[in-house]
Design a protein. Structure first.
Length: 502
């Protein structure tokens, strides 16, 4: 019997899509402005998942180098057809809607082809694309796009609906004008469509309600991939809204058959904390839940929390960086080098407040977490920081005669400094549960910023973690913790990250 762990993949891994190929499963998630882009995880048992590579590993595959915050790689769909892996995705505010292929899901993947309108004059406009083939091999791309008709509330902020077009994958041109399909039960933001043929019927699975607390999944059924589609009587199939469940925002799902022949739904969610469960520190993560079928309709079980044990990661920098390391609008190799067992970062005048900082990091995977990095700052200034975006970041910094803890929170800035004249220092960035008192706990966690100097650990600052949560930053991403340089040359000698979800 398969054990369903939740989160299935910890930390910032939103918008999951999954495909089964033989007795293996491959999972793709969104990366937005981070590179390498679109991680691919593989499993042989649906319990243990290995990061085997990324789709975007070369400059130019995505437009991430120049996208604004929140742009970039949105909502992939991964499928396998005629011996090839296919992945379609929106490169939001970058290149457009893209189609990638690979013989091996670990890569290398193709450069990516833009999906064009019928006359080739522009790209198909939409987000969250899905790809499916009928029995004759015709490819259909289904997506969420702007509706031109007024069949939605005219006072709604956006007229989104589910649309579809046949596409010639040899030319990557639509074979027809996009047509509207079933767009859900009337909730806002119908998106994340997936089309399946199951037991002779065609199903259209979508998300509704927005990716926040109102998030849901709904489904419709028809006789062909083009519909017409009839909504299920039990819609929405799953939602955590107005419930006490520890996993909220559940939606944006993808159906797959699991190891024991059972149906599963892989979907996104968040783990909010505080007295009113208002703040999700890690952003949107990947979860899984069972699916059952009755009279041709699926039912999706509420998502149950089942966290794995804690983890510890030790990095000595005497080998190439593993695939978990990411950078902002650049590849890690563009902002860092390995030299004599050290990770070397050379400043270029940017800081964590800039679009392309000299920063390389890893996702925060656990709600209780601590990272310690040993830095040599004899030739520069740099530190250890946790980033949501340019406006929301917290760091502990050393060099040029001082040790500084800093919080930059949506335009509010505060610093705590003391003299430091050494060359090598251990910097600590910990997120811990707040100490309970007599009142309501009003935050997700507390950052503890400190350093160990001459064997003595000093704490410079404690910072309320709610300000680096998805609800406050309104970010689609999550916390990424990394090493950075702001002046001269900074060397990281070691990295230790450990945490759990207690």
């Amino acid at each position: 019997m398969t054990t369903l762990y939740n989160p299935l993949v910890n930390g910032f891994h939103p918008d999951p899509s999954v495909v089964r190929v033989g007795d293996e499963w491959f999972l793709a998630t969104s990366t937005f402005e981070y590179l390498p882009g679109i991680p691919i995880h593989r499993s042989t048992d649906f319990e243990t998942w290995e990061l085997i590579g990324h789709v975007a590993t070369r400059p130019g595959q995505l437009g991430a180098a120049d996208v604004p915050t929140g742009g970039g790689a949105w909502a992939p769909t991964i499928r396998h057809h005629d011996g090839l892996f296919h992945l379609v995705i929106t490169d939001a505010m970058g290149r457009g809607m893209l189609h990638f292929t690979a013989e091996d899901a670990a890569g290398p993947w193709s450069d990516g082809d833009l999906l064009l309108v019928q006359d080739g004059s522009g790209t198909i406009s939409g987000i969250d694309p899905d790809i499916v083939w009928d029995a004759e091999g015709t490819a259909y791309v289904t997506f969420s796009g702007l509706l031109l008709s007024g069949d939605l509330d005219p006072n709604a902020p956006m007229h989104l609906g589910i649309q579809q077009a046949k596409v010639d994958l040899a030319t990557h041109r639509a074979l027809e004008e996009p047509r509207s399909l079933w767009s859900g039960t009337g909730l806002m933001f119908p998106e994340a469509p997936h089309v399946y043929e199951i037991d002779g019927a065609w199903y259209l699975l979508i998300a509704e309600g927005g990716t926040e607390r109102g998030h849901t999944i709904s489904i419709a059924r028809g006789a062909s991939p083009e519909g017409p589609f009839e909504g299920a009587p039990g819609n929405p199939l799953v939602s955590a809204r107005s419930t006490p469940r520890p996993i909220q925002n559940t939606g944006h799902g993808d159906l797959v058959v699991g190891p024991d022949g059972e149906w599963l739904c892989v979907l996104l969610g968040v783990r909010p904390r505080s007295g009113t469960r208002a703040f999700s520190a890690l952003g949107r993560e990947t979860f899984v839940t069972p699916v059952t079928w009755t009279d041709g309709w699926p039912a999706i079980a509420p998502v149950a929390l089942n966290a794995r044990p804690g983890t510890r990661v030790d990095v000595s920098f005497d080998a190439p960086l593993d695939a978990e390391w990411v950078a902002v609008r650049a590849f890690p190799t563009e902002v860092s080098t390995l030299r004599d067992g050290r990770l070397v970062l050379v400043a270029d005048g940017s800081t964590l407040a800039d679009a392309k900082p000299i920063f390389v990091g890893r996702r925060q995977e656990h709600l209780t977490n601590e990272v310690t990095v040993r830095l040599d700052v004899s030739a520069g200034v740099g530190g250890l920081g946790v980033r949501y975006d340019e406006a929301f970041h917290v760091e502990i910094e050393a060099g040029a005669g001082s040790l500084t803890a800093r919080a930059s929170l949506g335009g509010l800035h505060q610093e705590w400094s003391q003299p430091f004249t050494g060359d090598v220092v251990d910097l600590h960035l910990a997120s811990r549960k707040p100490v309970g008192g007599t009142g309501i706990v009003s935050t997700s966690d507390v950052f503890h910023l400190g350093a160990t100097i001459d064997g003595e650990r000093l704490e410079l600052a404690q910072i309320d973690g709610r300000f680096l949560s998805s609800e406050v930053t309104e970010s689609f991403t999550g916390r990424v913790i990394g090493v950075y340089a702001v002046a001269g040359e900074v060397h990281a000698l070691s990295w230790v990250a450990e945490g759990d979800d207690e």
